[in-house]
Design a protein around this ligand. Sequence first.
Ligand SMILES: *[C@@H]1O[C@H](CO)[C@@H](O)[C@H](O)[C@H]1NC(C)=O
Ligand SMILES: *[C@@H]1O[C@H](CO)[C@@H](O)[C@H](O)[C@H]1NC(C)=O
Ligand SMILES: *[C@@H]1O[C@H](CO)[C@@H](O)[C@H](O)[C@H]1NC(C)=O
Ligand SMILES: *[C@@H]1O[C@H](CO)[C@@H](O)[C@H](O)[C@H]1NC(C)=O
Ligand SMILES: *[C@@H]1O[C@H](CO)[C@@H](O)[C@H](O)[C@H]1NC(C)=O
Ligand SMILES: *[C@@H]1O[C@H](CO)[C@@H](O)[C@H](O)[C@H]1NC(C)=O
Ligand SMILES: *[C@@H]1O[C@H](CO)[C@@H](O)[C@H](O)[C@H]1NC(C)=O
Ligand SMILES: *[C@@H]1O[C@H](CO)[C@@H](O)[C@H](O)[C@H]1NC(C)=O
Ligand SMILES: *[C@@H]1O[C@H](CO)[C@@H](O)[C@H](O)[C@H]1NC(C)=O
Length: 773
Amino acid sequence: MATQYDNLNNGHQVYGSGGAYYNESSQGFITPAKHAKKRTSNWIKFGIPVLLLVIAGGVVGAILATRKKSSSSSSSSSSSSGSSGSGSNEKIGSGRFATATNSEFMMPIYPSTTDTAAFSSPTFTSNNALAWPSDSFAPSNPDVLTTRPDRPRLIAPAYKWAALPSLIAQDPYLSAWNDTIFLNATQYYNLPPVAYVMDGPSGILDNAREVKMRIKAFAYVYRMTNDTKWVDRTWAELQNAAGNGTTPFGPDDDKWNSAHFLDTAEFSAAFGIAYDWLYDIWQPEQKSKIISTLITYGLEPGIQAYTNATVYTGWWKSNGTLGNWNCVCNGGLTMASLAILEDDWSGLAKQLLALTVDNAKQNCAMAPSDDGTWAETANYWYFGTTAHAEMASSLMTATGSHYGLLDVNPNFANTGDFHMYVTGPTSLFNWGDHGPNKFSTTANSMIFYAEQFKQPQYALFQRDQRDAPEPWSMFWYDATIKGAFWNGKALDHFFDNGLDQWSSMRSSWTDNNALYVAMKAGKNLGHQTHNDLDVGDFVLDAMGTRWAGELGSADYRAPTYFSSDIQTADRWKWYRKMTEGQNTILIGQTNQDVNAAPTIKHDSSGTTQGSSTVMDVPKDSTAFFTTDMTSAYFNAPSVKRGVRLLNGRKQVLIQDEINSSQPVMWRMHTNATVSLSGTSATLTLDGQTMQVSILSPSDGATFSTSAAKRLDSDVVPPTPDQDNPGVTVLIVSLPAGTYNLQVLFNPQWKDSTTFVTPPSVDLDNWTLRSHDS
Ligand SMILES: *[C@@H]1O[C@H](CO)[C@@H](O)[C@H](O)[C@H]1NC(C)=O
Ligand SMILES: *[C@@H]1O[C@H](CO)[C@@H](O)[C@H](O)[C@H]1NC(C)=O
Ligand SMILES: *[C@@H]1O[C@H](CO)[C@@H](O)[C@H](O)[C@H]1NC(C)=O
Ligand SMILES: *[C@@H]1O[C@H](CO)[C@@H](O)[C@H](O)[C@H]1NC(C)=O
Ligand SMILES: *[C@@H]1O[C@H](CO)[C@@H](O)[C@H](O)[C@H]1NC(C)=O
Ligand SMILES: *[C@@H]1O[C@H](CO)[C@@H](O)[C@H](O)[C@H]1NC(C)=O
Ligand SMILES: *[C@@H]1O[C@H](CO)[C@@H](O)[C@H](O)[C@H]1NC(C)=O
Ligand SMILES: *[C@@H]1O[C@H](CO)[C@@H](O)[C@H](O)[C@H]1NC(C)=O
Ligand SMILES: *[C@@H]1O[C@H](CO)[C@@H](O)[C@H](O)[C@H]1NC(C)=O
């Protein structure tokens, strides 16, 4: 029996072996009984008077008539300007940038140019031709739930649809996104409805998210064309996911898998969107079928999760569930409830709204810490913020208020910065678990937050990313936006909150070949059991390649993978989660202490990028980050680590000061081919070369390598480790002792860089200028 719940955040323990739910003997787990007590909220106190008006006709046609093709070069610049991009500046200022095709994250390729006029500081302009019309729905008393009189009410109100064709004609981003959505919808059209595939403890989440992604695209294209074939195709998808299609879809009493409530929530959102966006075209019997299916498989399990003390499907509502589960589960139930509110004969929609909004305010909205870092991981940020943005946006368009979801936690406004700094030139600093497939999950919350938090750079950053084209972007994007996200953006940022404590340093925001190094300290607990034992972990990018990287998730299907994060938890037996699977120091071949609470110091020259995409880094531009991570180790009186940029951000030094009574290993995981020669290692990858050398200690320390797999002495995990094909561990192995270990990284830039050999300075004495020679 797995009952090690030392920590309320280890929330995924819905399953025991064989799929059984954990029972009340689970220590420390907040039992549903505690949550069954009634909460009063404004929703209940004031009741739900619903205002029904008849939509005024005529407006749509008038706006469509003004539509005309933009004569600028912008509309033709839409989807790509070739994969090389750099050097060509014909699209500057008016078009989109191409995205790379050869990197994991297909990062945008910014043209190299010093033509700075186009790249002004980020701003919302007062260009009325590109602005959304103002919304005539503005309830005066937000304490009274008043729903928008017309449809749709979720995220994309009618007045925005009416304005869209004219904006598409004028804005290259909206135009290209619209094209891609049409293309995607056409691809999905020809596929059979999403089949039910129960994927072990991960449930049917992929299925749910794929259905949601398709329905958004189908409904979008219907509304843009009036072609009812899209309505019929949507209906076929709904029928199938309700178990009324031609293939079976799950058990009759629980088709949306409430045991893994994310699945239920995402299906609920999908059905809510379908109901709402196509409200005007559904036949009455179709409407009642969608409602009955939503009630049976979405809202009823939702109310059970909230109110029934004997079910455990609602663990995610427990106080302290600061992560994506709380956002997704509350968000899906909220969107579905808003969609059917007045038509819901069960009354559950109204009851749920009285629960979900307050709960998300206390949990989901609190997930970013006071530096904006998402409490789970950089990848889970996508799931959490997508759901948070959908929920807040739906409430705003449907009722006129976000009910505090956007301002109860003032740090939420910084979470876009977290995402920008955690994104390197090749991919994320993707520590911890990477999460399931994204489907309808994107970083487009950035576009919503740009508008809500008046941070135009968030949207300017996101609009060139490959996941930007999807229906939400069409309604969240403010086309009056202008400028370049990088203009005025500091190259470095330090995230100081004790939970994560991490640093992001780079040589450019717009060069895919830029140097990027990011290192974390932080705590090993408090991340919803999605982290690794990885204090001191880092990634390093240079010359378009990731040289030190992450291994990602281990076995999500293993019954105890998420069940606990105490020291002896099974989770810490998989290589990818163990300390030895990270780019950090390993002491005594033993995992780090889960109770680690490191301290940090850092400084930066404060260098910002200007308007040019060609970043001319001053010679004295630098940054460093050090951590005393002794508390993360057993058997070591002192372990400190530091990272700094040298030589105008061309080189990187990693320094470890260790006093250990057990053997010490410096470890780094790389996809590169490694060749060794004593104190130096030559890494080659993607046609590039990185020279790594040990500067100190000067005797006895040499490099070795191994495959990325567990040491023979390790405890065996409950299920096999994932393979890490092509990954080599670069190692410096030292006996117990006291060391100042300095490792220098010299990327072999294709220019005339003269490398420096830095002086040896104790970490405690590092300053901005301590390494000038
Ligand atoms: C949206 O894209 C489709 C497919 O490319 C195109 O036919 C349609 O005209 C576009 N809509 C607008 C308003 O431009
Ligand atoms: C949507 O279409 C674009 C352009 O063809 C493609 O790159 C992308 O993979 C498609 N997205 C999905 C989810 O199919
Ligand atoms: C779709 O139908 C609506 C309602 O009749 C109309 O206002 C709109 O112009 C039509 N849109 C298109 C693209 O035909
Ligand atoms: C599916 O069939 C069931 C049983 O007839 C019915 O109650 C439900 O409304 C149907 N749902 C859909 C979406 O067709
Ligand atoms: C609570 O859940 C149990 C177990 O699923 C169920 O038997 C019971 O009917 C539920 N109680 C209520 C009031 O719905
Ligand atoms: C929720 O948790 C926080 C922090 O863990 C605590 O400060 C707060 O009192 C809790 N609230 C409730 C209602 O239990
Ligand atoms: C190796 O490359 C893959 C694919 O780009 C990436 O996901 C992974 O993080 C890399 N691994 C390392 C250790 O850099
Ligand atoms: C290493 O730590 C031990 C135990 O605290 C201490 O006695 C010793 O002096 C330390 N060694 C150095 C070189 O600081
Ligand atoms: C380093 O710092 C220590 C303590 O702050 C100081 O005593 C020492 O003189 C410094 N060493 C150098 C070389 O600056």
